[in-house]
Design a protein around this ligand. Structure first.
Ligand code: NAD
Length: 504
């Protein structure tokens, strides 16, 4: 029962096309981060329940892999329509459990919807190659066949987009799937799964188990799971990569970040400050592609006060309140961690140009709010530079020139996203060529690729060769078979025994 006396619903598992009430006694609350209202409880699935989900996916694969391309495509055409029709409801659930503004929640769903649209064109993507007459009367062709049961493990910060990066492409290519959403905000993910079933995804093809470390480890170890897609922190992703790889699985892990923007003094100042403030503080800084370090080059060093003034215009409040720019952090723990980092930055001697530790948010006094915070004079070696804060905290560093700024970024262990603001094509091109980072923006602060391309990452931000969605994910979710064939023409005179490796 909640404080208001209402029964609190429990988020079900989803196994073999059915919502299943877990038998688990290990349960945690899903909490509205603006109000602390308990919205639901989420059970951490038992090992029997994980095994039942995998068994259901394994059984369903027998028929799903044979389903014609057109039939699979039509399910995703229907699915994209259902997501559009339910957009407002999905965004409202997402804002309630995660905290981001309603407009940004719609963006979260929309960026996932684009991947669903892409999945509906799977027939154009899952094509093999064919070479005619590679030897006398011999042709060679390749088949891209589904792997079997695949799994996805997702973070709290994009509970719609990131699950939609995963299961639509896996299922459209003919696999069956086990999804393990973030235990912090599983409700919108579950609604998306219900809609997928309504669109025609058959029982067993998509299953959901909830949980934390124990369930994730079971997914890494399960002999019937062939591939795992993970998005989350570097620490957990590295563990998942190592553990699941040792079990012979194909694994891709998109992980943590410290995304730098370089601001050259020739950049359009107003546009640049708007972009920086949006990318550093939007979603309360809880985006893996948020700008968390701005390197002001040369005379741009004088822009800090104007940047702080811009940040001060942003409204901090609950995501449902009209005009809100920055919602709460996802949890009390996240609030403690982020304010702890700000305390450390002060103790380390960085200049606190804007302090967001105590925002006044009328009507939501219990919310996990941190206002926009800016440190200047930040250097490598400071904790606020070296670690991912994942909150609305922007570190400002200074560089004499572009070379120095590029060197600083390439020396950082992370390589997720980066951006440059300039009017110089030559500077932008030099940046693009010399920077070792996966996603690069040129006057674009959050360059998340659209689904024709793949999300990627360098160094500590990614493990595994192939990214989620886009062309690369077709290779991730399929096994290539290469067929070399010759049909004997009855009239052909036998050439006798060939004891060499040459095709004759
Ligand atoms: P997280 O690593 O704590 O959790 C991710 C998933 O792993 C969740 O499903 C969680 O239940 C599970 N998990 C947590 N602890 C575990 C453990 N000890 N063992 C096994 N599994 C465990 O990440 P988060 O806090 O939910 O998300 C924020 C992080 O995700 C940030 O580091 C952010 O940069 C990163 N992220 C990266 C991308 C990207 O594309 N590179 C996108 C979004 C988020």
């Amino acid at each position: 029962m909640s404080a208001s006396g209402q029964n609190i619903p429990q988020v079900p598992l989803f196994i073999n096309g059915q919502k299943v009430a877990s038998k688990s006694t290990n349960i945690r609350n899903v909490v509205n981060p603006a109000t602390q209202e308990i919205l639901a409880t989420v059970p951490f699935a038992t090992m029997d329940e994980v095994n039942a989900a995998v068994a259901s996916a394994k059984e369903a694969f027998k028929t799903w892999k044979k389903t014609p391309i057109g039939a699979r495509s039509r399910i995703f055409l229907k699915y994209q329509q259902l997501i559009r029709e339910n957009m407002k409801e999905l965004a409202a659930i997402l804002t309630a459990e995660q905290g981001k503004t309603l407009a940004d929640a719609e963006g979260d769903v929309f960026r996932g919807l684009e991947v669903v649209e892409h999945a509906s064109g799977i027939g154009n993507l899952q094509l093999g190659d064919f070479a005619n007459n590679v030897a006398n009367g011999v042709d060679t062709y390749s088949l891209l066949q589904p792997l079997g049961v695949c799994a996805g493990i997702t973070p709290f910060n994009f509970p719609a987009m990131i699950p939609l990066w995963m299961f639509p492409m896996a299922i459209a290519t003919g696999n069956t799937f086990i999804l393990k959403p973030s235990e912090q905000d599983p409700m919108v993910t579950m609604r998306l799964v219900e809609l997928a079933a309504e669109a025609g995804v058959p029982p067993g093809v998509l299953n959901v188990v909830h949980g934390g470390e124990e369930v994730v480890n079971a997914i890494c170890d399960h002999p019937d799971i062939k591939a795992i897609s993970f998005v989350g922190s570097t620490k957990v992703g590295t563990h998942v990569y190592n553990r699941a790889s040792l079990k012979g699985k194909r694994v891709q892990c998109m992980m943590g970040a410290k995304n730098h923007a370089i601001i050259l003094p020739d950049a359009n100042k107003e546009q640049t400050l708007n972009n920086l403030a949006g990318a550093a503080f939007g979603a309360a800084g809880q985006r893996c592609m948020a700008i968390s370090v701005a390197i002001l080059v040369g005379e741009a060093k004088d822009w800090v006060a104007d940047l702080a003034a811009k940040a001060l215009t942003l409204k901090v409040s609950a995501g449902v309140e009209p005009g809100t720019d920055i919602g709460p952090l996802v949890s009390k723990d996240a609030h403690k961690r982020v304010t702890g980092f700000i305390d450390k930055g002060v103790a380390e001697g960085a200049t606190l140009a804007l302090d967001g530790r105590s925002p006044q948010v009328k009507g939501y006094e219990g919310g996990n709010f941190v206002g926009p915070t800016i440190f200047s004079g930040v250097k490598p070696g400071m904790v606020i530079y070296d670690q991912e804060i994942f909150g609305p905290v922007l570190c400002v560093s200074f560089a004499e020139n572009l070379d120095e700024a590029i060197q600083m970024i390439n020396a950082n262990p992370n390589g997720n996203g980066t951006a440059i603001f300039t009017q110089s094509g030559a500077a932008a091109r030099k940046f693009q060529e010399e920077i070792d980072v996966g996603q690069i923006g040129i006057n674009v602060p959050i360059p998340v690729p659209v689904p024709m391309f793949s999300f990627t990452g360098s160094r500590a931000s990614k493990l595994g060769d192939l990214g989620p969605y886009g062309k690369q994910v077709i290779a991730f979710y399929t096994q290539t078979k290469t067929v070399t064939e010759r049909w004997f023409d009855d009239s052909t005179v036998s050439t006798g025994v060939n004891t060499t490796i040459s095709l004759k």
